[in-house]
Write a protein that binds this ligand. Structure first.
Ligand code: CA
Length: 227
């Protein structure tokens, strides 16, 4: 399945051409024209990368970038005017992964998207994820709670990894199934509940009062470090 790209840009011609080039390369592209909408979308849906224009009708792209970085490490590529070095520098300083100057060739954008995804995925798949007392080692497939190693099934591990990589982000059951592709879910969203229950039994000191994986009623699950 292709990576999901969120395009935040208010110029319809640019959006159209980016969407068509990204789709041609197998990406799933969604777009929004405002910063507020982009932040809302990122809360409710799951994406792999954000293409973020600086000049937006409401919030500046830089402000959007700042807001995203408070809660997420999703790769961000900013789109800036050719002559605005300040925006580029500030953008990188506040956590954008790369920038592209306008006007750009859509092929270049696709190439940069691929490069940033390769770079960030390689880096993040090696790093140990630490959330409170919980540490997840994606290379060794090891989970520890306060140093004690926990045995999880591969599906449980993948679910926990997805939630922990996107701390605070709410995932619907269907999103979790999609994220944990390659593992058998037998197609039932409720199967996710059973996996979550098992993970809680293993990692929580009181599974009835979970400190890590929280149920968001009517939506799904999220993982937070409840200190
Ligand atoms: Ca714009």
């Amino acid at each position: 399945m292709g990576a999901r790209i969120l395009i935040v840009e208010d110029e319809p011609e640019i959006v159209e051409i980016l969407v068509s080039y990204l789709k041609r390369d197998g990406f799933l592209a969604r777009s929004t024209t405002s910063g507020e909408e982009a932040l809302a979308k990122l809360k409710s849906e799951s994406f792999d990368l954000v293409l973020l224009d600086i000049m937006l009708p409401d919030l500046s792209g830089l402000e959007v970038c700042r807001q995203i970085r408070k809660v997420s490490s999703i790769p961000i590529i900013i789109l800036t005017a050719r002559d605005n070095e300040t925006d580029r520098v500030v953008g990188l300083e506040i956590g954008a992964d790369d920038y592209i100057t306008k006007p750009f060739s859509p092929r270049e954008v696709v190439a940069r998207v691929k490069a940033v995804l390769r770079r960030t995925q390689a880096a993040s798949s090696e790093k140990i994820i630490q959330v409170g007392d919980l540490s997840i080692d994606p290379l060794r497939y090891e989970v520890r709670v306060r140093g004690r190693q926990i045995e999880l099934t591969s599906t449980e591990f993948k679910i926990l990894e997805v939630l922990a990589r996107n701390q605070g982000q709410v995932f619907t059951r269907l999103q979790l199934i999609n994220q944990v592709q390659g593992y058998s879910f037998e197609g039932y969203e409720r199967t996710v509940d059973a996996h979550i229950k098992n993970i809680r039994q293993k990692i929580e000191s009181d599974p009835k009062q979970p400190r890590y994986i929280k149920t968001v009623y009517g939506v799904g699950y999220k993982l937070i470090a409840d200190s």
